[in-house]
Design a protein around this ligand. Sequence first.
Ligand code: PEP
Ligand code: MG
Length: 539
Amino acid sequence: MITLQGKGVSRGIAAGRIVFFERSNFVVEKKPVTDTAGEIERFKAACSTAAAQLSELAAKMAEKVGSENARLFEIHCMMLSDTDYTDPIIKMIETQRVCAEYAVMEAGGRLAQDFAEMDDEYMKERAIDIQDVSRRVIAILSGTQQDVTSGPEPVILASDDFTPSETAQFDRSKVLALVSQAGAANSHTAIFARTMGIPAIIGLGASLSSGLANKEAAIDGETGVLYIDPDKKILNELSEKKKRIEKENALLEKFRGKPTLTKGGRKIKLYANIGSVADVEAALGGDAEGIGLLRSEFMYLGRDDYPNEDIQYESYRKVAEKMGERQVIIRTLDIGADKQAGYFGLPHEENPALGMRAIRICLTRPELFKTQLRAIYRASAFGNVAIMFPMISSVQELRSAKELAAEVRKELAAEKIAFNEKTPIGIMIETPASVIISDLLAKEADFFSIGTNDLTQYTLAVDRQNEAISDFVDTHHEAILRMIRMTIENAHKAGIWCGICGMLGAESDLTQTFMDMGLDELSVEPSYILNLRSRIAEM
Ligand code: PEP
Ligand code: MG
């Protein structure tokens, strides 16, 4: 048995086979072959397997989020039978007598490069698709599993790190736990695992090597220990611990369906953070009283083009309908920084977190923003929807964004399309500037939600993606706590409510502090809700 120590970021116990999520940086060896005909057959068989995987993925995506979203996988599927793609690979195997993996990497890579250099934006974007398809074929050829949906049994998924667009595509029923080499605690690996209520360990470093692929393992998401080939004693201990956690969870069940009240009878809104329609199930399962943060940008990730108004509308409407009377706060597009989608064509930036992201993109591309706002307003006719703008740092930004929202309302009214005219418009408080002017912003917003993940990054000058400085990140820093207090006070002076939707909201050792400050709402990953409700009941 080998024991690896990382940072536990989502509680729970799981045991299963380790599968590496292969994304990039394939180390493909140039192996000579003698049987070129056999090698070509191997390549063709891998293409067939890839096509089958993609059809299955397309069907699943169509069922979950609509057929438009499945288009990307259908395009990939078509490429596999396109001779423009397959011929150069076959030719390379024949003429250079190299293994299929190498031919796919080289010939596929060259084709992708040709597309990347084209003038036409649409054709340029196809380069990413060619790379994606090639990775899938190489993964099949080399026996690594690129996408967890293709295996029969659920697995412990390992990677250097998981990007938001990758987690957005996972078949959740096939992921037992997540383990990663990288270790920024605010990473989307942690957010995804907490949303799904599955254990996760990050920061395992190079010890999480590909040599561990297919090994049996057990994970303790609390202590951050990953056991490779666990012995009987450990398995028994973990099984006992699992039972203990299940017992604790069972005790929390008495809080299900109840309002969140302090001992003194003050009501707190306990909402959930989600990233997609698929997460609504987790939110309802966790007994969320609403959605405090729908990270709408997830809908823009893992695609090859912008989702149009109807695609977005369908998704928002589904979430609103599923949540019924409960509030659904849709955060408008927060793309950029750690959440990149190639088709946005964002230029390379030295400091993307300080660059073109979130509301800045929306205000410079009003048509894109208005498309999203139209979709949200249309969905507002089907539930209790609110709009929230991210990364606001000045009153002018808020005004400009609200003006665009007013334009959209006017257009919809002229087109006689139903929407809720009173849809609240709130903002995220996640820059120090917005905290300092929160008295001014509170006069023009319907609510505040403090994004402590970014607020911590910008206040303490610590890159949330950079694990090397994690020792300098004090999430409980007095500066952050003072900022939260100041924001709540300014919100209340203006008569609006204030919540927290960053990860700090889930830290139960701060719940009492937040209650003392008068916080009105907590929006956390669904698996934290019942525990927080039980704690608040003691306060
Ligand atoms: C935050 O910054 O705290 C937040 C909730 O937004 P995100 O994590 O999506 O940037
Ligand atoms: Mg943020």
